[in-house]
Design a binder for this molecule. Sequence first.
Ligand SMILES: Nc1ncnc2c1ncn2[C@@H]1O[C@H](COP(=O)(O)OP(=O)(O)OP(=O)(O)O)[C@@H](O)[C@H]1O
Length: 253
Amino acid sequence: MILEGRGLAIGYPGRRVGEGLDMALAAGRATALLGPNGGGKTTLLKTLLGLIPPLAGEVRLDGVPLAAIPIRERARRIAYVPQSQGAGFGFTVFETVLMGRTAFASPFARPSTSDEEAARTAIARLGIVRLAERPITEISGGERQLTLIARALAAEPAVVLLDEPTASLDFGNQGRVLREIGALREAGLAVLFTTHDPNQALRHADAVAAIRDGRMIESGPARDILLRERLERLYGTPVEEVREGERRAFLPG
Ligand SMILES: Nc1ncnc2c1ncn2[C@@H]1O[C@H](COP(=O)(O)OP(=O)(O)OP(=O)(O)O)[C@@H](O)[C@H]1O
C-alpha cells in the first residue's frame, strides 16, 4: 500500500464536509472516485495530498504519517492534477511542465539537464510538443489540462491524484488522457482520479469508491460496484445499461 487514509473526517475551518472515510491506494492500481456534485471528492483529494489537514484520522504515505514528511518530499512523491483552472501567469507550456521538477528543488536551484529531459519526455507523452513554447495563457482549456498532467508526470511521482482529468477535453483528448492513466498504472504508479462518468471508471479503474454527502457509500472492485442499480442509488436518477457480450456501458436518464 502506498497512500492510505484511515477514519478520515474532511473539511475546512468551520465546515465539516465528510467523515468515516477510508481510502487505500496501491502501486500499479487505478481507483476512480465517483459521486454527485458537492459530495466531497475534491476535499478528499486535497486531504490525501496534505493540502488541507484531516479533521480526524490520518493519512500515511508508505506507512509514514503525511504530517511527518517534509512538504518538498511529499510534492515529489505525490503528484496532483487539479481541476481545470484559470490560465495563471504567462509561462510557456515547457516552463510550466518544468515546474513539476523544480517544485521540490531548492528555491534557488536551476533546473538540471535531466530536469529538462524529464519535462520534454512528459510533454511528448501527452502529445503537446507543438505547444511547448506557447504561453499557457494562449492555449485552450483542454490543452492546459494536458499541460497540467505533463507537469505532474515530470516529477516522476509514485502516486498521482487527478481531479476530473477529462472535464474540459474533447473526445480525442479524453481518450489520450485515459490511456495515459492506464500507462501510469502499468508503470506501477498508484493512481486516483475523480470522474462523473462511470464508463471511464469501468474501462480504466481497478477499484471504485463512491462518496455522497461526505460518506463513502460504495467501495470495492470496479466490476462489482459499477452496476445499474447501484449507480441509480448513488445519483438518485434512472440509469440505462447497454450490453454487448461481456462489455457494458451506462447512459444517464
Ligand atoms: N474552501 C472551501 N471552504 C468551505 N467549504 C468548501 C470549500 N471548498 C468546497 N467546499 C464545500 O465542500 C463541499 C464538498 O465540495 P467538493 O468540492 O469536495 O465536492 P466534489 O464532490 O468535488 O464536487 P464536484 O463534483 O461538484 O466537483 C461542498 O459543499 C462545497 O461547497
